[in-house]
Each structure stands twice: as C-alpha cells, then as structure tokens.
Design a protein around this ligand. Structure first.
Ligand code: ADP
Ligand code: CP
Length: 322
C-alpha cells in the first residue's frame, strides 16, 4: 500500500466532532462516507494517521451520566470529564475502525486499523483552567441555556459562531503525548492509527507516585492535539476536516470571503483581527500556523469532511503555508 519508491508523505487527518453528526447512526454514516477518501489518500502514496474531535460527544456522554445519576444516585455514578473523554475515544474510534476496516478489507483483504486510547500531558497551571473556551455538548437556544444554568450554576455557557449556545470547559495546551511510542510502533507496522481523539485525554503528572498520571477536568482542542501528533510523527501535512468548505473572513456576514491559500503571516493577522470563532475556527487556524512554521515545506489544509478528497487535491479548502 505504500509507494514503490521513496518515502511516503505522512498526513495527519483530523475529523471534527461537529462534522460527525449527533447520533450513533449519523456518525456511522459520516465515517462510512469518509472511509473511501481516506483510503484514496493512501493509494496516492501517503501514510495517514487519524485523529478526531469529541466536543458534542463528550458533552452528550457526561450529560447522560448526570441525568441518570440524578434519577438513581445509588446505582449510577456521575462521570468526570477525563473518563467521558476516554469513552468518547472508544465510541468514535470504534466507528472509525469499523468503517475504515471494512473499506480496507474490501480492497486489500486486510484489517490494519487500530485506535489508541491516548492521554496527553497538560500543564496544571495552564491559564486555560481559569478561562474556559472549549464548547462541548449540544447547541442550545438562549432559553435552554438559561434553564441549564439554573440546574448547573457552576457551568459556563457561551454563544458559538452563530449556531446557538453551548457549555464551555477548560481547554489547556497539549504538551506531551503519553502513548506516542505505541503510536509510532503501529505506524512502523503499517497500521492506520487513530490517536489523540478529542484532543487526547488531559492528564497531569502525579509526582506523589512516580510514573503515574491523573486526569483533569478539561477537553483539549483536537486541532492542537492533532498538531502535536503531526509534529511527533514527523508528518508533512495536517488536514483539519470540519463542517465548512473554507476558512472565511467576515464569516456569516454579507461580505464573507472564503480563503483558499494564505501564508502564516496573513493567517496571524486575521487571528489578531478576531476573524475566527474562539473555540471553533480560531484553534484550527492557530494549529495550522504552528504546524506550517514547525518545519519548511509543511502545509495545513482546512476544509470540509464532505469534500475531503477535493481538499487534499487542492480543489477545495484553505491551505496555510509558510
Ligand atoms: N471565520 C470562520 N470561517 C469559517 N468558519 C468559521 C469561522 N468562524 C467560526 N466558524 C465556525 O467554525 C466551525 C468549525 O468549528 P467547529 O464546529 O468547532 O469544528 P469541528 O468540526 O472541529 O467540531 C464552522 O462550521 C463555522 O461554523
Ligand atoms: N476536542 C475537540 O476539539 O472537539 P471538536 O473537534 O468537536 O471541537
């Protein structure tokens, strides 16, 4: 499956949590539709590593436990965010494995795809713990949001890119992928690896017990987690797939302008001008800048999951390069 001559390009492909639908059925449909495109990228001589978001899913899992716990506190525990993040990696990784494995088996009679439950170390003193920005769970109307705030006075809820209101949680910067050696090992053995789902489960070192980590209540941005994964795996390209075809300036306004090709300097100017939704498009552009600057020749593409093949071929999406 790899190129006959020369080293294949390594591509990290990130699938946005909001682009994966809201139910198991929708998610299965979305990942099944994406699987042939992902395999085509391999046929073109690339190695792929997959990561995915979990914003809607991690919120859904935590809410489900919270309401079951309220109804039956003796038997059903409330569930903390890191455990919910781990469950979301299993839930989404499972569907991705099924979809990619089936497409791979049809073509190549092999099933070399595996998800790695991945922890990512964060700084316990990261300012993000004081300033929650990561939207999770379902979109709400203003009335629904107000009702949730009465039920959960400790929640923070914000408006998310004109799509409704969502709970936001802390989103610290990813520092170190704990399982990176397992990921590299699977890649060396020609597996398609699904890793750092939901940005990775955020953990901090537990210095009271050498070599151990403990989960923290946060959700890492998967664009930043995917960027770290791409650097750790020496990837050449980072592809961030979401629900819109392009990054835009004046997004949602009558003079919206879709961007096709921008330098890191232009991207940085647009970030400074506040052109991108916080916790939605801004982290993607910031991840793109970081990746494009990390080594000469590296490129980030941001485009839609539905047009993944076109984006990879340069016919859709926004390219960020040095
Ligand atoms: N300037 C912008 N250009 C394009 N999309 C934007 C912009 N600002 C905010 N958005 C919103 O960001 C969304 C992508 O972020 P998000 O839904 O968090 O991604 P994900 O698919 O990774 O879950 C788009 O669907 C769009 O609604
Ligand atoms: N963890 C994360 O970034 O999820 P989304 O892609 O759903 O925002």
């Amino acid at each position: 499956m790899s190129k006959a001559f020369g080293k294949p390009n390594r591509v990290v492909i990130a699938l946005g949590g909001n682009a994966l639908g809201n139910t198991p059925e929708e998610q299965i449909e979305k990942v099944r539709a994406a699987a042939p495109t992902l395999l085509k990228v391999i046929e073109q001589g690339n190695e792929i590593i997959i990561t995915h978001g979990n914003g809607p899913q991690v919120g859904m899992i935590q809410n489900a436990f919270a309401s079951a716990h309220k109804d039956n506190p003796e038997k059903i525990p409330a569930m903390d965010l890191p455990e919910c993040g781990a469950m979301s990696q299993g839930y989404i990784g499972y569907h991705l494995q099924q979809a990619i494995g089936a497409a791979m088996h049809k073509e190549y009679k092999r099933w070399h795809v595996a998800s790695v439950v991945t922890q990512i170390e964060v700084d316990p003193d990261d300012d993000a713990f004081k300033n929650p920005t990561k939207p999770i769970g379902a979109f709400m109307t203003k009335e629904e949001a107000d009702a949730e705030l009465v039920k959960h006075p400790d929640w923070n809820i914000v408006e998310d890119s004109g799509r409704g209101y969502r709970r936001v949680v802390a989103s610290p910067q990813p520092k170190k992928i704990v399982e990176y050696e397992s990921i590299l090992n699977l890649l060396d053995n020609e597996f398609i690896v699904i890793a750092c789902g939901g940005g990775g489960i955020p953990v901090v070192r537990d210095y009271s017990d050498k070599g151990t980590y403990k989960g923290v209540a946060a959700v890492i941005d998967k664009d930043m987690g995917g960027e770290l994964l791409a650097e750790d795996c020496s990837a050449d390209m980072l592809v961030l797939l979401t629900a819109v075809d392009h990054v835009a300036i004046n997004f949602g306004k009558p003079d919206q302008q879709d961007l096709e090709d921008i330098t890191v300097e232009q991207a940085r100017e647009y970030v400074e001008a506040g052109q991108f939704g916080k916790g939605s498009m801004e982290p993607k552009v910031k991840a793109g800048i970081k990746f494009a600057e990390s080594r000469p020749g590296r490129v980030c593409i941001i485009g839609s999951l539905d047009k993944a093949a076109e984006a990879m071929a340069g016919l859709s999406g926004t390219r960020i390069h040095a």
